[in-house]
Design a protein around this ligand. Structure first.
Ligand SMILES: [Fe+2]
Length: 358
């Protein structure tokens, strides 16, 4: 179940009104009751289409009004006030931009179900894959630093930065591809990814934006849930990484070399230049990679600026996903960023990469 696009847009504007106009600016909301419609916790996805939310011109007028008032407030704010952690170094503003960008990805999950939607941009050229993308690369292990350092914007769940001991391991050079997953289905009869159907000639066709396309054999498989990812890894004689192993393997990866920002409107074969420090390809972008870790707070975790962003999801069986997808905005992607979802969620842009066992 996905939100109507009008709910996401109204929610983006309402969140901006709440944090930048009301909290930071000390002003009253334009319409005090609107906030209730756009509270994500109070209004689960399944009921959002029935809410009396703003639509069309009313929605556009509200969005531009909030933006105008947020910019007025910004003129008057002291972003260097050391005693105001919400405003200091632009935290609230960074959070608002990240929030809007994260909803852009959620909206793409819905857009790709719409028949005939035309991606607005021509897919940019990607560098070719290196000559050899197969096999696994070694990660030394030992003491690794996990999480986001104290300065710069990050979410509360990425902090505090801390040290973790991990054993040496070997991680696949690239994410699991469409060809790999098709082979897994052929051998085991496992369920295909969301949007895949038989093409009538023994192959697969994936229907995105109402258009049937043959999945690129070399591109990462997408729209698999945590159970499918785990089953694939077992079939391959491997396992999924922990989120700390993933973060250690991703260290040094360059977001500028990643397939991000809904530029390509799909996954692409892992490109030259996307190597992380351990030489793994495409750790960032293309697909969110499922891990074995359940979302929980790091030692010393403190909810900031509000517990509903992440703390309320701790210890409730949500596996962590890492790395961002082709639909993730560049501003959101960093190796410490933690995403999470229900184990059965497949409309997200999720795939996997395996770690060798033993
Ligand atoms: Fe939100």
């Amino acid at each position: 179940m996905l939100s109507p696009l009008a709910w996401d847009l109204g929610h983006i504007a309402n969140f901006e009104e709440l944090w930048l106009v009301q909290t930071a600016g000390g002003r009253e909301p334009l319409d005090g009751d609107l906030g209730r419609l756009y509270d994500a916790i109070e209004n689960p996805r399944a009921g959002r289409n029935e809410l009396p939310i703003l639509r069309g011109d009313d929605l556009r007028a509200y969005m531009s009004d909030v933006r105008a008032r947020a910019l007025e407030v910004l003129e008057q704010l002291d972003l260097d006030d050391p005693d105001d952690p919400v405003l200091r170094a632009g935290f609230a503003h960074e959070m608002l931009i990240a929030h809007e960008h994260q909803h852009n990805e959620t909206m793409l999950q819905l857009l790709q179900m719409i028949d005939g939607y035309e991606p607005p941009l021509e897919a940019p050229d990607r560098p070719e894959p290196p000559a050899d993308t197969e096999g696994a690369v070694a990660v030394a292990g030992g003491t690794v630093r996990i999480g986001a350092p104290g300065d710069g914007f990050a979410y509360d769940n990425e902090r505090p930065e801390h040290e973790v001991e991990i054993a040496p391991f070997r991680i696949d050079r690239r994410p699991v591809s469409n060809a790999d997953f098709a082979e897994f289905i052929a051998e085991t009869g496992a369920e295909p990814p969301l949007y895949w159907a038989r093409d009538g000639a023994g192959g697969w066709v994936s229907t995105i934006f109402g258009r049937p396309v043959e999945p690129d054999p070399a591109a990462p498989v997408v729209h698999v849930d945590h159970r499918q990812a785990t089953a694939f890894a077992e079939w391959a004689g491997k396992r999924l990484p922990t989120e700390f192993e993933w973060e250690a393997a991703a260290a040094g990866a360059d977001p500028a070399a990643a397939n991000l920002d809904h530029a390509a409107f799909g996954t692409r074969p892992p490109a030259r230049g996307s190597e992380s420090g351990c030489n793994a390809l495409g750790m960032l972008g293309d697909v969110w990679e499922w891990t074995t870790s359940e979302l929980a707070g790091y030692p010393g975790f403190q909810a900031f600026p509000y517990p509903e962003y992440s703390e309320v999801f701790f210890g409730r069986g949500y596996p962590v996903l890492r790395g961002g997808s082709w639909a993730t905005r560049t501003n959101v992607v960093r190796t410490s960023f933690r995403n999470w979802d229900l184990p059965e969620r497949r409309q997200i842009f999720s795939g996997l990469r395996c770690v060798e066992v033993g």
